[in-house]
Each structure stands twice: as structure tokens, then as C-alpha cells.
Design a binder for this molecule. Sequence first.
Ligand code: BT5
Length: 215
Amino acid sequence: MELHDSVSLPIVGEAEVWRLGSVTSTQDVARSLPIGSIVLADHQTAGRGRLDRRWESPEGTALLVSFVLEPNPLLSLAAGVAAAEACDPRRVRLKWPNDLLLEERKVGGILVEATQDRAICGIGINLTWSPDGAATLDQPRDDVFDRLRQEIATWTLARPDQVIERWRDLSATLGRRVRVDVSGAITEGLAEGIGPRGELIVDGVAFVAGSVTHL
Ligand code: BT5
């Protein structure tokens, strides 16, 4: 790991923020840090999404951050709400389970990696570059980060029903016909709702994981 300006910034509130240059993944750095830590990087050589997919971003073009948090079964949805609020709640929408969409195109993603005693919540937001078919937010990184850490603090402490209600408001998925792919098993139907544990209900069937395509 290479330290940016050879320092980590000191404690703000209870969180220590590590501002780094190039890392494999902010998730890897965060894993060994205490709860409350936040890791920011300019570049990742092995940024990842779910299911070992790659997360791409040229150096300095994205907000790449991992938060070390208490375990929370609704963290993925709470982080989505926090990220949408931080980016632009009038324009950014949430696609179940973890995509941030701007005008229907992916502008960011969330990866939660949990163990029994902690959860590492990684958030990537495209600022000035995106792959073909995706979107950029075009806002200054520090501004988005400052809002994001506030929103993460708020939404990780919110009651589950509040998280789910706000997620519904910001959803691009509910009310749409969708295709859900769970390890190659495909279901198509109407995305009707979100259950109390954050599961997606499609034609009465609850999905706790899977990849969703809006049809
Ligand atoms: C995600 O996975 O969307 C979660 C991405 C989390 C990235 C952050 S960055 C900070 C922290 N450190 C990490 O190493 N990860 C987290 P998933 O739903 O599996 O989406 C991955 C898919 O999105 C890829 O297979 C590509 O198709 C696409 N993709 C890759 N890079 C992208 C980008 N910059 N913008 C939009 N789509 C992208």
C-alpha cells in the first residue's frame, strides 16, 4: 500500500480516514482496520464487485471508499440510500440490490463483505470516467465523500423500517418487470416489493440474492 502524502488524516468524530494512493482494493485495506475506519484510494489495481467481478476506474476518476462498520443485515440497502442521498437524491435511483443509477445507467455500486463481528462496506462512484454504457456523476470527489460519510452515519443508525421506506422512495426497480438471475436460474416477473430483511419480492417470491435486469 502506498500512502498519499505519507499521512493518514487524524480522527474526525470517531472515524479515522485513510487517504491512500494505489491499493489492490480499499476492501483489502479496510479489513484489518477497526470499526469506524474509512479507507479512500485514488486507484485500485484489483477493485472488485460482487461474485468476483471487476470494478474498473482509471486513477483519480472515481470515489473509491470502504467503511468499516458494525454488522447490520440491512447494510446494503442503507448504504444504497446513503449513497443516493450523497450523490443527488433528485436524479440518482437504486437498482436492487446494490446499483446506483443515473438516468438508468450505472453510476456506482456497493459491495458489502461481512464477517461475524464487522462489515466492510465498499462504495465506488464514477466521477469523471465510466465504462461504455455507464454514467458519471461529475461532482468533486471531496464534496461527495463529505456528504457520503454523513449519510452513512445517519442511515446505518436509522430504524430498519425507515431504511426500507426511503429505499422504496429511491427505487428504480419496484413496479418494473425484471429478470432475476440466481446462479443461472432465471425468474421473470413484476418487482412488487421489498421484504423486512431487504429481500426483493417478484410475483410473490422473495429473493435474497441475485442479479437483476430491468426489462
Ligand atoms: C458492484 O458490483 O457494483 C459493487 C462495486 C463496488 C466497488 C467498490 S470501489 C470501493 C470498494 N473496493 C472494491 O474493491 N470494491 C468496492 P456488481 O454489481 O457485481 O457490478 C460489477 C459489474 O459492474 C462489472 O461486472 C461490470 O460489468 C460493471 N462495472 C465495472 N466497473 C464499473 C464502473 N466503473 N461503472 C459502472 N459499471 C462498472
